[in-house]
Unconditional design. Structure first.
Length: 391
């Protein structure tokens, strides 16, 4: 269907009380950002609906709808035709919309909503009238009020809007309304999903990636940049801090008992991520961990990892099976990139028999053997490479 305008419906925001305008303002700003690369638009809000109308000719509204399907805070996306608020013009426009569709053997139903109570017909009257008009002027359509193939929706507002398609939005809350957190982003399947899930609740992301050149390749780094790019379509701009981790890893391998290697490495990652978070205005950490997935994610290991930092650590995948995480990663398009076979610094130097039930005291004792952890962490942070990923 040729869309003159896209109507966006929001859900949870409309439940907000006094600070609802703050959420709406952020949502409109995020919507503007999402469609800006396609041309100029007028974007305005009225009665829990945002209207996105192109101001330039030739804008691809299908592409606009696709970009809007990644903006958190929107529940439904309805590309619509707009016409004058007269029955004559509503009939004409509705039939034009249907003429563009494959109708043979299909069923339909009309649904009407009248925001403008001055309009001479009420909603049931509009439905009955338009149902009859459609039956009379099309071929192959029959009515099914329970499970129609085509739902013709007519909304009478300042103008009349007609649409047959309701695309599911990304849900959640507008990014920028819930603070900032630092995502520990590896090249795997779980951490991009974890970042997406927290961002869905309105949180802006800072990302931290540890790489171990020359043990991990540039391609592994490129893969992480690509993952950040994919999720930035949802999360907005991400500042990705790429932190050289080789010296720290080599020192751990050199000085600490083998079975503690992974857990100590993870604790130092958390501590560097926390420092990076503080320096960049983020107030929590996010990881892709899930209980029991690997040795470093047993209950005991997670307790020891948490103990390394004082910031809260959000682990949205914690109770999810791998299959469930994979299904989200496919939905958000990170899966194909995540499974590219480049090594991660966690997967090199993996001990054969990692400790699965470490205690804080034994790990702290092992960490005393490190040469100069504070100095090495400061050096790693000083040598970070910052990549700014625009939406
Ligand atoms: P993922 O699929 O996200 O890589 P994983 O199942 O491979 O997770 P681990 O390698 O044990 O699990 O890592 C657990 C979490 O630690 C990751 O989800 C991520 O948040 C963080 N992490 C691991 N490696 C790195 C890295 N190189 N840089 C930044 N964070 C990392
Ligand atoms: Mg990993």
């Amino acid at each position: 269907m040729k869309a003159d305008v896209i109507l966006l419906k929001y859900g949870e925001i409309s439940l907000k009380g006094l600070n609802r305008p703050v959420f709406e303002k952020q949502l409109i700003s995020n919507i503007s950002h999402a469609v800006a690369p396609l041309g100029r638009f007028s974007i305005r809000k009225s009665q829990s609906t945002v209207y996105v109308e192109p101001l330039d000719s030739g804008i691809d509204m299908g592409l606009a709808a696709e970009r809007l399907s990644k903006v958190f805070g929107i529940v439904n996306i309805c590309p619509a035709a707009r016409c004058e608020k007269t029955m004559e013009s509503i009939e004409k426009t509705t039939l034009e919309c249907l003429a563009e569709m494959e109708l043979g053997g299909k069923t339909f139903k009309v649904e009407a909503k009248r925001e403008d109570k001055q309009f001479p017909m009420n909603s049931p009257q509009i439905c009955r009238h338009m149902g009859a008009v459609i039956l009379k002027n099309t071929e192959g359509l029959t009515v099914d009020v329970h499970k129609p193939d085509i739902l013709v929706q007519i909304e009478i507002r300042k103008d009349a809007y007609i649409f047959t398609e309701k695309i599911s939005g990304a849900g959640g809350m507008p990014v920028g309304t819930a603070g900032r957190a630092a995502l520990l982003l590896s090249g795997g399947i779980d951490s991009p999903v974890a970042g997406w899930m927290i961002s869905k609740r309105g949180v802006m992301l800072e990302a931290v990636h540890f790489h171990s050149h020359p043990y991990t390749s540039d391609r592994a780094k490129e893969k992480v940049i690509e993952l950040a790019k994919i999720i930035s379509a949802y999360t907005g701009e991400i500042r990705l801090h790429i932190i050289p981790f080789t010296d720290i890893q080599l020192d751990i391998i050199d000085k600490c008992p083998k079975e503690y290697l992974t857990i100590i490495m993870r604790r130092l990652m958390m501590r560097i991520a926390e420092k990076t978070a503080v320096a960049n205005g983020a107030s929590a950490l996010i990881t892709g961990e899930s209980i029991g997935q690997v040795a470093s994610q047993t209950m005991e290991s997670l307790v020891v990892t948490d103990n390394a930092v004082s910031m809260p650590v959000f682990r949205p995948c914690i109770g999810m099976d791998k299959e469930e995480i994979v299904s989200i990663s496919k939905k958000i398009d990170t899966y194909e990139t995540s499974i590219l076979p480049y090594e991660d610094c966690c997967t090199i130097f993996v001990p054969k028999h990692p400790k699965t039930k470490p205690s804080i005291s034994e790990i702290e004792a092992a960490e005393k053997l490190l040469t100069d952890p504070e100095g090495m962490m400061a050096a790693a942070i000083a040598n970070e490479e910052l990549v700014i990923i625009k939406q």
